[in-house]
Design a protein around this ligand. Sequence first.
Ligand code: ADP
Length: 290
Amino acid sequence: SDFRPSDFERLAILGRGNGGTVYKVSHRGTSALYALKVLRGAEPAAVAEADIACRVDSPYIVRCHSVLPTASDDVSLLLELMEGGSLDSLVVGHGGLPEGAVAEVAAQVLSGLAYLRSRRVVHRDIKPANILVSRAGQVKLADFGIASVVSRAGEHCAAYEGTPAYMSPERFDTERLQDGHADRADPYAADVWNLGVTVIELVTGRYPMLPPGQTPSWPALMWAVCFGEPPALPDGVASPELRGFVAACLQKDHRKRATAVELLAHPFVAGRDVASSRRALRKVIQLRCS
Ligand code: ADP
């Protein structure tokens, strides 16, 4: 469509990240609300993000309505507004989420990942800050800032500038190995690892890879992820189904890790009471976001 930047009034800042700034905006003509993500500079990364964000089309992924033309080099993505914000803001300062709500989040994130795989896209930055919710309890993946498209031959761009805190063991290997070896790992398996870390964080309300208070530096994380046991749920806080689900996501050997499609059939997800899980999630969103 032919939206222009001047068609929108900036109402508030929704978030700031590495890529740029996200504003809540209203369309002057229709009063419809959107999120506008402004990426600074015509860097290849901004162009790649816009390209992937606009060609994916799924109810489990934040819709990109258009890329607005700008006079400067900035790239402006007009996005569907997710008025519940990100999952990290639901958890930080509030503690963990009830298991039913987590099962609903997992089901919808897995549907998004299964869709992305069908489009040969690896997200590579699945974490609570990049999972957005609507007030109605819809869960959608956001931020294709470091996503990549897997070629027919199976290789993908190995460059990594994202969030090391959620990186899988094979991603660290990719960092250490030369280019020739870098692409052998199943690229889609990394997103499943990140989901496992994310699920523990949602259940406990705390980032699980490092002891409380330790800053997630690159060496500390690499040590913990590559040489430590996979993160696990504390005793007594989770059902056997949830424990099994997390263990299936956090297989250190990516060849043994379940795929998104397999995990959609896992009892934690497939066996949930859909109506009560959705209710639990909606309740959390309504209570915790102002
Ligand atoms: P970056 O790539 O800079 O990290 P993100 O796309 O992750 O930017 O957005 C940063 C933050 O802005 C998110 O964590 C979220 O809180 C908010 N945000 C981003 N997109 C939307 C949206 N479509 N609706 C509502 N909030 C959003």
